[in-house]
Ligand binder design. Structure first.
Ligand code: NAI
Length: 336
């Protein structure tokens, strides 16, 4: 079986890290045919919007996408391309695994967390208005249905992956209706998973406890805004955004992406680290069940990182994108 995957190169370092990732996947024998599609700066030039219909249609058709970072156009009232993608394709699961990788400075030893973020509701509904001069209202949406579907996804993921402890993190004491509905959905859906330890915690307590000792946590489930903030905090525990993969998954499509930005300061210089996008592509391979190839790539990456001879500048090394990519491809041979 081969998979057609929409490929959004993205802006800045995007073309460099996507090219490196595609090279490694091809060398590992991943059965993927790429279908390039524009977004970000390129789409602004061609279509006048950062996330054009032609790209959304491509993902709808293929049901799978790999996305490099996109610059957010300043001014002009454009919806962020990333937010548009999640909303238009109803990619309600924000999935971010964070792990300590070898030789990544600042990573918590042994870190191994998975964060689930509800991607479609909350303050991101964009419902905001001025009631009287000087007073604005921003509406936080929270439906029972959205809470249930993300909770179901998280529990099923845990069942499949053998993870056994989940914390639903909220502020139900302050927002008993909005956060309370999310918490109730978490508990009710959880009744079907008695073998999973189910806990809940204030998001403020979580923010204190995580940096003190992340080993206390296994899987985290949060609403959109808390998930947005805490997922970056978790990335910090893994050594930064440059080493963390991510996915946005819905019932009909899934888009895998590096969570770092376009790194304009190093774009076009051959210095970018493709690791985050490569690990995101590996999540795509796991998502479609290509476990053998994904494991082979993962082993090769760990070997290169552990050896430490071909680390990119952001990890304290001197290698460029090309050298790191070639090292991973060479290591593939050793890990088969
Ligand atoms: P950034 O992540 O692009 O850069 C922050 C720092 O990390 C820079 O020093 C950069 O050189 C470094 N860095 C990031 N990725 C790297 C990689 N793969 N290899 C080596 N070094 C790396 O964040 P910044 O500067 O805040 O944002 C730049 C642009 O990216 C903005 O237009 C922003 O809107 C966009 N952005 C897009 C995202 C996405 O599409 N998912 C996420 C975050 C920002």
């Amino acid at each position: 079986m081969r998979y057609r995957v929409t490929l959004i190169e993205g802006d800045g370092i995007g073309p460099e890290v996507t090219a490196a990732t595609c090279r490694i996947l091809a060398a590992a024998g991943a059965p993927i045919d790429w279908e390039p599609a524009p977004a970000g700066g390129l789409a602004m030039e061609q279509y006048g919007v950062p996330m054009p219909d032609v790209t959304l249609q491509s993902i709808r058709r293929n049901r799978l996408g790999l996305k490099g970072p996109l610059m957010t156009p300043k001014g002009g009232g454009f919806r962020s391309a990333n937010v548009a993608l999640r909303q238009e394709l109803d990619l309600y699961v924000g999935l971010r695994p964070v792990r300590a990788l070898p030789n990544v400075p600042g990573a918590w030893p042994g870190l191994d967390l998975v964060l689930f973020r509800e991607n479609t509701e909350d303050l991101y509904a964009g419902i905001e208005h001025e009631v009287t001069p000087g007073t604005v209202v921003s509406i936080k949406t929270s439906t029972r249905a959205a809470g249930e579907r993300i909770a179901s996804w998280a529990y099923e993921y845990m069942r499949y992956r053998g993870r056994r402890r989940i914390h639903c993190c909220h502020k139900a004491a302050v927002n008993p209706l909005a956060d309370g509905a999310f918490l109730t959905a978490f508990r009710e859906v959880g009744a079907a998973y008695p073998f999973i330890e189910q806990l809940d915690l204030g998001v403020d307590s979580l923010s204190l406890m995580l940096p003190l000792d992340p080993s206390k946590f296994d899987v985290l489930l949060l609403q959109n805004l808390y998930g947005d903030i805490l997922s970056d905090l978790c990335a910090g525990l893994a050594g930064g955004l440059g080493v963390v993969p991510g996915a946005n998954i819905g019932s009909r499509a899934a888009v895998f992406e590096a969570v770092h930005g376009t790194a304009p300061d190093i774009a076009g210089q051959g210095k970018a680290n493709p690791l985050a996008l490569l690990l995101s592509a590996n999540m795509l391979l796991e998502h479609v069940g290509e476990w053998k190839i994904a494991t082979r790539i993962e082993r090769a990456v760990w070997r290169v990182l552990a050896d430490g001879d071909h680390l990119t500048g952001d990890l304290g090394g001197t290698a460029g994108t090309e050298e790191f990519t070639t090292a991973v491809i060479d290591a593939l041979g050793e890990s088969s």
